[in-house]
Design a protein around this ligand. Structure first.
Ligand SMILES: C[S@@+](CC[C@H](N)C(=O)[O-])C[C@H]1O[C@@H](n2cnc3c(N)ncnc32)[C@H](O)[C@@H]1O
Length: 329
């Protein structure tokens, strides 16, 4: 297979927002192909701790770690645990954090990882190569649970029809490959929709939903944002690039809540003043509106077209300890 390369998305905007400075410490929570980490290290004489849950991303990154010996440290694990991972390195505060949510081209384009319905491969989708795979989900979950996943994480309106087609198909034989699943989806939604007005492939939303579920992506994001706020020093910069509306909504809500940019309570529902609930803003938004990639970037890297960047600056306000909110159906 030809060597896969990941082109970093909105790199110039992320570096501008992080504005790396000599002697500072940064966290790249989604190392991937190392595009952000390398650019941060080149922008200033600083140190980067780079996290990735994918063991293959970490092993590929060892070359870069050697190139920036003493300045780049790769940390296998999840960014939801960045505060704990950094504590293990003797760091309790950092100057900037970047999160580039989602999958890398290495993951998406390698059929063996099972993220894409374009090429045949095992139905896997596990970034960390551990835990429940997409094949486990489609072959063992009840019809209703499947429909809920497709609707909730894929916003798929034909979720029930697709779930029914899956349970019927698997009664004949297990669904093992990406293309097997894609064919079942196409047959469930009908050739008309498959050909139809919408330019997206009919399997797109179900594959997105399975990927989000298998990797607990929204829960990771929620916890990652909380961990980032607790790890950033006063004046530290936070940059989050997301790729679909479910993620961006979550980031927007988190940024608005943490910057005090939330609707004030009414006479019947006053703002929550419970001690420990709301102190003061922990973030200042550099700009209220989300930043999108420019036309030129989209022309050269079509994967960038749905990217959305939000940035904020940490205040001196104490953070509220992270809580885990159940997210699975
Ligand atoms: C879009 S890519 C990042 C690309 C990177 N910014 C670059 O320029 O090469 C996302 C990467 O984040 C990793 N990832 C996704 N969710 C993660 C999580 N919760 N914890 C740690 N790594 C995660 C994926 O394995 C993938 O390698």
């Amino acid at each position: 297979m030809a060597e896969i390369k990941h082109t970093p998305v909105m790199l110039a905007e992320v570096i501008e927002a992080l504005s790396p400075k000599d002697g500072e410490i940064y966290v790249d929570g989604t190392f991937g192909g190392g595009g952000y980490a390398k650019a941060i290290l080149e922008a200033a004489d600083c140190k980067v701790y780079a996290i990735d849950r994918d063991p293959e991303a970490i092993s590929r990154g060892r070359v870069l770690e050697k190139e920036f010996e003493g300045r780049l440290k790769l940390l296998p694990g999840c960014f939801s645990e960045m505060d704990v991972l950094l504590e293990g390195q003797g760091e309790d505060k950092v100057d900037g954090i970047a999160l580039d949510i989602g999958v890398s081209s290495h993951q998406l384009e390698d059929p063996e990882r099972g993220f894409s319905f374009i090429k045949e491969g095992p139905l896997d989708m596990r970034m960390s190569r551990q835990g429940v795979s997409a094949a486990d989900v489609v072959n063992t979950f009840e019809e209703k649970a499947l429909a809920d996943i497709f609707y909730r994480y894929g916003e798929e309106h034909a979720s029930r029809r697709i779930a029914r087609a899956i349970t019927r198909a698997r009664a004949e034989k297990p669904i093992e490959t990406t293309t097997d699943l894609a064919k079942i989806i196409v047959s469930a939604v009908g050739a008309k929709k498959a050909r139809g007005a919408s330019r997206i492939h009919p399997a797109t939303k179900v594959f997105q939903a399975l990927r989000i579920y298998v990797n607990r992506e929204l829960e990771e994001l929620r916890l990652g944002l909380q961990a980032a706020v607790s790890l950033l020093r006063d004046g530290g910069r936070l940059c989050v690039v997301s790729f679909h509306s479910l993620e961006d909504r979550l980031v927007k809500k988190f940024f608005n809540e943490n910057s005090g940019n939330i609707p004030q309570g009414s006479r019947h529902s006053p703002p929550d003043a419970t001690p420990g609930k709301w102190r003061g803003p922990t973030l200042i938004l550099k700009r209220r509106k989300v930043l999108k990639p420019g036309k030129e970037e989209i022309a050269t890297n079509p994967r960038a077209r749905s990217a959305r960047l939000r940035t904020a600056i940490r205040t001196a306000e104490k953070s509220i300890p992270a809580t885990v909110s159940p997210e699975r159906p």
